[in-house]
Write a protein that binds this ligand. Structure first.
Ligand SMILES: CC(C)(COP(=O)(O)OP(=O)(O)OC[C@H]1O[C@@H](n2cnc3c(N)ncnc32)[C@H](O)[C@@H]1OP(=O)(O)O)[C@@H](O)C(=O)NCCC(=O)NCCS
Length: 179
């Protein structure tokens, strides 16, 4: 457990967090990006990515790391996930890792929680000596891109990300490794 500047705590998720993770994930995606898609495409994406069972599988996986940020009243305020890279990178390595999710619930955004989740997640990733450390970000999500660039990530590829049948312009970012 570590405290952020605002009395939030960061802890590793456990299996009983699956429902809250699914709800926070679906709500944050909808609030941030939902206006871009038809109802049908959005529902299809949410079923595939923010269903309770998706989180059950994530939490059961030894290869994934899930951190949650908890408000002083116990509410889940954000979460972050890393695990084996599933992105279409050009030069895949044997131990590529991907930051798969970084979501902060809207009322808590812009208060430092994104950074408070990202920093220990990056420590976990880097301790595994990844051949490459990647993430995927919507081409027009400039705020998130600024955050990732501050931690040494930079764009290496453009591709299309499917939301249902809708194709989004998306960037793959790779972290520059020291040494
Ligand atoms: C991106 C996100 C995780 C950042 O967490 P946060 O707690 O708001 O961020 P912090 O307070 O730790 O750091 C602030 C930085 O985050 C980024 N940021 C802040 N608000 C943001 C927003 N609404 N959307 C995207 N990025 C944002 C900016 O880089 C900001 O710094 P800057 O304004 O000085 O450039 C959070 O805003 C979020 O969950 N947004 C919606 C979902 C999302 O876009 N996730 C990333 C998908 S790749």
């Amino acid at each position: 457990m570590s405290e952020t500047g605002k009395d939030f705590s960061i802890r590793q998720a456990d299996p009983k967090d699956a429902d809250a993770l699914a709800q926070l994930g679906a709500r944050t995606f909808d609030e941030t990006f939902g206006h871009l898609y038809s109802t049908e495409n959005l529902e299809s994406f949410q079923r595939e990515n923010h269903d309770r069972q998706v989180y059950d599988r994530l939490l059961a996986s030894d290869d994934c790391h899930v951190l949650v940020a908890e408000a002083p009243d116990g509410a889940m305020a954000g979460y972050a996930v890393a695990g084996p890279c599933g992105l279409p990178v050009d030069d895949p390595g044997p131990n590529d890792i991907e930051i798969k999710r970084l979501y902060v619930d809207r009322p808590y955004q812009n208060a430092g929680l994104g950074k408070a989740l990202l920093e220990p997640l990056l420590e976990w990733c880097e301790a595994r000596a990844p051949s490459g450390l990647y993430l995927s970000v919507y081409a027009h999500n400039h705020g998130a891109q600024r955050l990732y660039r501050r931690y040494g990530f930079d764009k290496v590829k453009e591709y299309e990300f499917l939301v249902g049948e809708h194709r989004d312009p998306e960037f793959i970012f790779r972290k520059k490794m020291e040494g």
